[in-house]
Structures are given as structure tokens and as C-alpha cells.
Design a protein around this ligand. Structure first.
Ligand SMILES: *[C@@H]1O[C@H](CO)[C@@H](O)[C@H](O)[C@H]1NC(C)=O
Ligand SMILES: *[C@@H]1O[C@H](CO)[C@@H](O)[C@H](O)[C@H]1NC(C)=O
Ligand SMILES: *[C@@H]1O[C@H](CO)[C@@H](O)[C@H](O)[C@H]1NC(C)=O
Ligand SMILES: [Ca+2]
Length: 344
């Protein structure tokens, strides 16, 4: 646009200059001050003025173009500066946002932990730790799942593992301190016992309810050398109480040696006061726990907690035959579940 105007003006100047320097009309050489000569003088004065005007104009033009260029550069600089500051602002905003969401996370957890009575629709119902994960709770720890009339579930305190292989795990069992006895009766295994932060059994009723959706089970174990292994099973489910909380498992995967739980597949739960095993013996009494005893065990994750030194001498310890055999009691065990279709 500017260039076009400039070139048009330039052409105009050239034309005018040409016209002034070589006037088209016939001019007689000046000899004397005849009227014709006077006319010629007037014409020359006019021409001079024209020339000056043109000179003025062209100097004006060059001034103008120089100024325009400066303006243009300054506009470009301003735009660039603006872009730079926008970028800086954006990065500051992102920073602030991530800090805010982190803070929000923590506040939400505190709010959640301070028992809530929020009414919920089924769409945003909190079933378990995986629902909490999907709602952006990403810190492992104790949570209170609110009661839900729609699901018919009571308020439940759970421990969520939000880190292992993407998180979203609800812990259903833990052995690590040895301070809680697992030699308990049917009712206690049904309702759950122990402390969510320490050793506990979440409760067969809760586990049954939480495993109504296709669910995955993960068993994590640690021996007394500090080695950690895990076993995972697809299609984990517990029947209801009428089915004696029967265990169902899919395929095994993991690095805990040979599988030691499939032997207990499709087996009812037994406690010291309820013998549902497949043996003449009373496995729960022999192995001193509550478990899906077959005849009797390939693993005994709810057995007696034996400490270092005592840990290799007993058949009723916390065993996993496929790794350390039938008389090695593990130092730490955690059983956790999450929906099969969980997407971290
Ligand atoms: C040329 O420009 C100057 C300053 O802008 C002005 O004073 C002068 O009269 C101009 N001359 C002509 C011939 O227009
Ligand atoms: C278990 O593995 C078998 C053989 O690889 C396969 O056919 C079956 O579908 C698997 N079952 C589950 C529940 O993944
Ligand atoms: C576990 O038992 C159920 C019921 O008998 C069976 O359908 C399933 O295939 C078994 N799981 C495995 C991995 O064999
Ligand atoms: Ca029996």
C-alpha cells in the first residue's frame, strides 16, 4: 500500500519535472523584453516555484517514508514485545495453575477426610480409590468413601495407593507391623478389623461389594532380605455371604515365583468358627487365619506374623509357597484391588 502510493507519487514527480524542464509549448529564445519575453519570464518564475515545490515535496516524501519505516519497526518491536510478555504471562499462569491444583488437591483430601455427607448421583458416585483417582486425588493415604444410598454402601475408611502402576488401588489387606491378630472369627472377617494405616482386613462384605465390577487383584510381598515381589490376577471377585465369600480369580502374572493363589480359586472362605474348606482337617485352626482354605494352603496371607528369626519355622505363618516355600513367613504383604478397566 505504502509502496504503491510512493511509486505513484514518484511518477507524478518525474512527470512534473519532465514537464518543467522541457515545456511542451514553443518558446522563443529571449532577445529583448517584449511582451512575449515577459510572458516567458513569468512562466520561468512559475517553473522555478514548481521546481521548489517539487523539491519540497520529494524531501517531504523521503522524510515521510523514513518516518513510516521507523514507525513500522517500532510497531513490529511492540508486537514482538507483546508476544514475549504474553508468553511470560502464560508460563506464569501455568505455574500458578499447577500450584493451585496441587493446593486444591490437598484441600479436597482434607475436606473428604473430614467426613462428608454430600448427596451424589450415580454418575459421580465414589465407589473406591479408582473413583477418587479419576476425581484427581493423587496422593496415597487414608480416605473416607462417603455413604451412598444409590449403591447401598455405608461410609468406609480406605487406604488408597495412588502410585503403584498408575494408582487407583484400594487396599483390602495389609501385614507389616504384626500388631494386629488375624486369627479372628467369621463376623470380624465379614466386617473388617485392624487399622487402615497399619495392619488390617477391609472386610469380606466390603470386598464383595467392591469386586462386583470386573476387578484386578494385586498382591505385593516383601521378604526379610527386603526383596519385593508381586502377583496380579485378573477377574478377582468375592461371592456374597450366602456363597461364603467364595474366591474367584483369573490368570496370574507377576514375579512372585509360582502362583500360589489359584489353588484357592473357587474356594469358600473359612474362619476358626466356620469350616468351609475342602479338607477333613480344620484348616483355619491349623493355619490360624481366615482365608479361602482348600486343603489347606498354597499361600496363607492372613496367617500369623512371625518376626525375623522366627519367620522360617512355622507352617501357620504368612506364606507364599511359590516364592519362599511353606514355612517362610513374609515381612510385609499388601493386597489391593482396582477395576479391570481402570485408566491411569
Ligand atoms: C518548502 O517548505 C518550507 C518548509 O516546509 C516552506 O517554508 C516553503 O514555503 C516551501 N516552499 C515551497 C516552494 O513550497
Ligand atoms: C487366561 O489365559 C488363557 C490362556 O492364555 C486365556 O485363554 C484366557 O482367556 C485367560 N483368562 C483371562 C480371564 O484372562
Ligand atoms: C477359577 O475358577 C472359576 C470357577 O470355577 C473358573 O471359571 C476360572 O477359570 C478359574 N480361574 C482360572 C485362572 O483357572
Ligand atoms: Ca474341614
Amino acid at each position: 500500500m505504502l509502496k504503491k502510493t510512493l511509486s505513484a507519487l514518484t511518477w507524478l514527480c518525474i512527470l512534473i519535472t519532465a514537464f518543467v524542464s522541457h515545456p511542451a509549448w514553443p518558446q522563443k529564445p529571449p532577445k529583448s523584453k517584449t511582451p512575449a519575453q515577459l510572458k516567458a519570464a513569468a512562466c520561468c518564475a512559475e517553473a522555478e516555484e514548481l521546481r521548489a515545490q517539487i523539491a519540497n515535496l520529494s524531501s517531504l516524501l523521503s522524510d515521510l517514508s523514513a518516518k513510516q519505516e521507523r514507525d513500522w519497526v517500532s510497531v513490529v518491536m511492540q508486537v514482538m514485545e507483546l508476544e514475549g510478555s504474553t508468553k511470560r504471562m502464560e508460563s506464569r499462569l501455568t505455574d500458578a495453575e499447577s500450584k493451585y491444583s496441587e493446593l486444591n488437591n490437598q484441600i479436597d483430601i482434607m475436606q473428604l477426610q473430614a467426613a462428608q455427607t454430600v448427596t451424589q448421583t450415580s454418575a459421580d458416585a465414589i465407589y473406591d480409590c479408582s473413583s477418587l483417582y479419576q476425581k484427581n486425588y493423587r496422593i496415597s493415604g487414608v480416605y473416607k468413601l462417603p455413604p451412598d444410598d444409590f449403591l447401598g454402601s455405608p461410609e468406609l475408611e480406605v487406604f488408597c495407593d495412588m502410585e503403584t502402576t498408575g494408582g487407583g488401588w484400594t487396599i483390602i489387606q495389609r501385614r507389616k507391623s504384626g500388631l494386629v491378630s488375624f486369627f479372628r472369627d467369621w463376623k470380624q472377617y465379614k466386617q473388617g478389623f485392624g487399622s487402615t494405616r497399619g495392619d488390617f482386613w477391609l472386610g469380606n462384605e466390603h470386598i464383595h461389594r467392591l469386586s462386583r465390577r470386573p476387578t484386578r487383584l494385586r498382591v505385593e510381598m516383601e521378604d526379610w532380605e527386603g526383596t519385593v515381589r508381586h502377583a496380579e490376577y485378573s477377574r478377582f471377585a468375592l461371592g456374597n455371604e450366602l456363597n461364603s465369600y467364595r474366591l474367584f480369580l483369573g490368570n496370574y502374572s507377576g514375579n512372585a515365583g509360582n502362583d500360589a493363589l489359584l489353588y484357592h480359586n473357587n474356594t469358600a472362605f473359612s474362619t476358626k468358627d466356620k469350616d468351609n474348606d475342602n479338607c477333613l482337617d480344620k484348616c483355619a485352626q491349623l493355619r490360624k487365619g481366615g482365608y479361602w482354605y482348600n486343603c489347606c494352603t498354597d499361600s496363607n496371607l492372613n496367617g500369623v506374623y512371625y518376626r525375623l528369626g522366627e519367620h522360617t519355622k512355622h507352617l501357620d505363618g504368612i506364606t507364599w509357597y511359590g516364592w519362599h516355600g511353606s514355612s517362610y513367613s513374609l515381612r510385609r504383604v499388601e493386597m489391593k484391588i482396582r477395576p479391570e478397566d481402570f485408566q491411569p
